[in-house]
Design a protein around this ligand. Structure first.
Ligand SMILES: C[S@@+](CC[C@H](N)C(=O)[O-])C[C@H]1O[C@@H](n2cnc3c(N)ncnc32)[C@H](O)[C@@H]1O
Length: 265
């Protein structure tokens, strides 16, 4: 199947609704000591290993104005130089993804940048959840309110059914078959594909009926069947007729999709 055909089939299969697109470039992540980095983002693994080798301070700008700062703890995924976290943050800060009054789960929260945007937009509560032990530092950030929580856990296994209105999940983008070190930078960028299927099932459980699942997913042209499998798994819990394409990026070997879909009512 040619690339163009596979893209068409994907869009056709999931019946995507095209809504007003997120302006991903409205959010910029500034790294305090960017000049000390040894690798370019194209050297993906080395870039992230270097980036996560120590605590690093970042500032988030929205439409050129600083919105908050934080320290990304050593080993935790750093959104500097990436694309997906910026798209999520822009979606929340612009109001295209509505979180006011919502109980939000920032799943695979990393440094917590998406959840912090939800706090700034008056979500009712945010649970920051990630398997990396160093994310616990989020608790000490001045934006954290009494009702917000930070948990180190595998996906959202400990959460009760139907307790969140919105779940955000930027899946680690590179799929790999070997085991991934759960305490290193690797887990921020590499995943075993069963993570995707486990996440869909768990998110389907913890969302309220009609709750919104917002996720970033990289589609590689040579792995097209996997994406049909992803959509089939989603259909067990989510109404695919509600699926919206919030942001799209074309890349050399595939493309990145920021998608939103609602759980069955
Ligand atoms: C691409 S990073 C995104 C981090 C952050 N949300 C952001 O946008 O900057 C993916 C995150 O998923 C987390 N993760 C990977 N496997 C996980 C699992 N089984 N349970 C919970 N979090 C996991 C990683 O530790 C990492 O922080």
């Amino acid at each position: 199947m040619s690339t163009a055909n596979s893209h068409y089939s994907l869009l056709h299969f999931i019946q995507l609704k095209f809504v007003k697109m997120i302006q991903q470039e409205d959010v910029v992540v500034i790294l305090k000591d960017a000049e000390t980095l040894k690798y370019n983002r194209k050297d993906y693994l080395n870039f992230h290993q270097d980036l996560s080798s120590k605590d690093r301070e970042i500032t988030i700008l929205y439409k050129n104005e600083p919105v908050f700062e934080l320290v990304v703890p050593k080993g935790v995924f750093n959104p500097y130089g990436g694309i997906a976290a910026q798209a999520f943050m822009s979606g929340v800060l612009s109001g295209l993804v509505e979180v006011q009054g919502k109980r939000v789960l920032d799943l695979g929260c990393g440094s917590g940048v998406i959840g912090f945007c939800c706090i700034l937009k008056q979500s009712q509560k945010v649970l920051f959840s990630d398997l990396h032990p160093n994310v616990i530092e989020i608790k000490n950030h001045p934006l954290i309110r009494e009702q917000d929580e930070v948990k180190v856990q595998d996906l959202c296994a400990e959460e009760a059914d139907q307790t969140y209105d919105t779940v955000f999940l930027p899946f680690p983008s590179r799929s790999i078959e070997r085991p991934i070190d759960p305490e290193s930078y690797e887990m921020g960028i590499l995943r075993n594909d069963d993570l995707v299927f486990r996440a869909i099932a768990q998110v389907g459980k913890v969302l309220t009926p009609s709750g919104e699942f917002v996720f970033f997913y990289r589609v590689f042209n040579d792995q097209f069947p996997l994406y049909l499998e992803v959509m089939s798994n989603l259909a067990k819990y989510f109404d695919l007729t509600t699926m919206k394409l919030l942001w799209y990026v074309g890349e050399g070997k595939g493309h990145g999709l920021l998608l939103s879909v609602q759980k069955y009512a």
